[in-house]
Ligand binder design. Structure first.
Ligand code: PA5
Length: 472
């Protein structure tokens, strides 16, 4: 599937090769054959093996590679079968919720929540939940819980939601997402929110069933609970797709569709990145080049990877990447440490260290080329005590560009390796590309390092201890 017309996300590593960084273009060029091999290893997966995990060679297990061609598969099924396809059912459920409720609580943690949060923050109006229903295009407000066991946060949201009433404006619904179906944080939250919803719907079991939409694996505790409640729609987290690689499955698509986002564009963006990844050579390939400079930087001791997003709307996308990198490659006592910084905000908290601290960081800017709203300009004023009349007429995008350029010059001038990812804008197509770029890059990097990027065996230890302490 060719998506040539989409404006593409690009990656420019040139700021990594300036004097003082110890990263050299020649070393990057020498890495090309290894990057090519890692690309082959990433792509040359017999997806049929994923239907029968026992058939996967032991050294490759787990192998959650199905996220790679998932965008194309979901889109082609939708184009073939429309309403009866998975995406058709997601859109129908989203539209039903739009007509039935004014608020949706998404319960989930880790990969079962961070992508949806990133999409809402990046693609919706910044104060979406505070807009009137008409201003939201009739789309429900969205809240996220089940990502902690925080007493006050849970109580606060339950209080805010109140009783689910009889009118659309007062009614709310639950989208509960857990691949395993057994994650404690999400399960405990579901019990609370379900009880509150049931109290409101009283004996109307039919209504309760409609107001609960689970997204889960083919079996498990949540799957069983959904059957016991009688939920008419249960969406699947497919086998062979790991939690943090699942944003472009129903896990991210359903919340995005509920918000009224263009999920087809989101998937088309991801498919465009796939095509670019498969075909572009090292030196012109956003995924491979991103991995290449990250690898070289690590070899020079830059173990901390700072993703500097230059838009408030991208903070949650940065946190989504934090999880992806940390859980995928933080194994065998290696793997870079991710940090998200939101600039210009964090220039006032982190820039001192970034400019003069330890030389253990690689900086990757995420720059938005086109803002979604009209440029706001500094107005001239009779009260020029702030001295801003000399900036009169300058717009916030112009000031932001000056901040980006100024910071890049400062960091690069101090020999701090700094690369740029450019997003055409913060829309669904750009986010689809960004998600797919970073997921592919994480797998390629894992293959390059000899680390299995899938699975998260190290997360089990705290869970076992917590359950033991709880007497389970
Ligand atoms: O990447 C992963 O697999 C994890 O971060 C999971 O998404 C997270 O632990 C939540 O798991 P589940 O969806 O099974 O509740």
């Amino acid at each position: 599937m060719t998506q040539n017309k989409l404006p593409l996300v690009t990656f420019d590593p040139s700021g990594c090769f300036v004097s003082g960084t110890k990263l050299e273009r020649a070393a990057f060029d020498q890495l090309a054959p290894r990057l090519e091999a890692a690309r082959r290893e990433t792509l040359d997966v017999d997806m049929r093996l994923l239907d029968d995990p026992a058939s996967i060679p032991a050294e490759k297990q787990p192998l959650d590679a199905r996220f790679i061609d998932m965008p194309e598969r979901i889109l082609s099924e939708y184009r073939r079968s429309r309403d009866s396809s998975e995406l058709g059912r997601i859109l129908a459920t989203a539209n039903r919720l739009r007509d039935q409720v004014d608020r949706v609580v998404v319960l989930g943690i880790g990969g079962s929540y961070m992508g949806a949060r990133a999409l809402m923050d990046a693609c919706c109006q910044p104060y979406f939940n505070e807009l009137s229903r008409a201003e939201r295009g009739g789309r429900p407000r969205m809240y996220f819980e089940g990502n902690n066991v925080d007493n006050d946060a849970t109580s606060g949201l339950l209080k805010l939601l109140g009783r689910s009433g009889t009118t659309v404006d007062s009614r709310w619904a639950i989208v509960v997402i857990s691949k395993s179906g057994g994650t404690l944080e999400t399960a405990v939250a579901f019990r609370h929110f379900l009880a509150a919803l049931q109290e409101s719907t009283g004996t109307d079991a039919d209504l309760l069933q409609q107001l609960v939409v689970p997204v889960t694996g083919k079996s498990g505790k949540l799957f069983d609970l959904a059957a016991a409640i009688g939920c008419p729609e249960v969406f699947e987290v497919p086998d062979g797709v790991g939690g943090r690689f699942s944003v472009l499955s129903a896990v991210g698509l359903l919340p995005a569709a509920v918000l009224g986002l263009d999920v087809v564009k989101l998937l088309e963006g991801a498919a465009a990145m796939n095509e670019h990844f498969r075909t572009a050579p090292v030196g012109e390939n956003a995924v491979l080049d991103y991995v290449g400079v990250g690898h070289l930087a690590e070899q020079q001791g830059a173990m901390i990877r700072v993703l500097q997003v230059w838009s408030k709307a991208l903070e949650a996308a940065g946190l989504w990447y934090d999880q992806l990198l940390a859980e995928s490659l933080g194994k065998q006592e290696i793997g870079a440490t991710p940090i998200t910084a939101v600039n210009t905000r964090d220039l006032h908290s982190r820039a001192q260290q970034h400019q003069e601290g330890r030389r253990d960081k690689l900086f990757t800017n995420v720059i938005v080329d086109n803002w979604r709203t009209d440029a706001v300009a500094v107005e001239p004023s009779d009260r020029n005590q702030d001295g801003l009349n000399e900036l009169a007429g300058k717009t916030l995008p112009e000031i932001m560009s000056a901040a980006i350029q100024g910071t890049n010059e400062a960091y690069r001038g101090a020999g701090r390796p700094t690369a740029d990812i450019h997003l055409p804008t913060t829309d669904e197509a750009s986010l689809g590309q960004f998600f797919q770029m970073m997921m592919l890059a994480t797998v390629v990097e894992g293959r390059l390092l000899g680390i299995n990027p899938y699975g998260q065996p190290g997360v089990e230890a705290y869970k076992q201890n917590m359950n033991r302490i709880l007497g389970r």
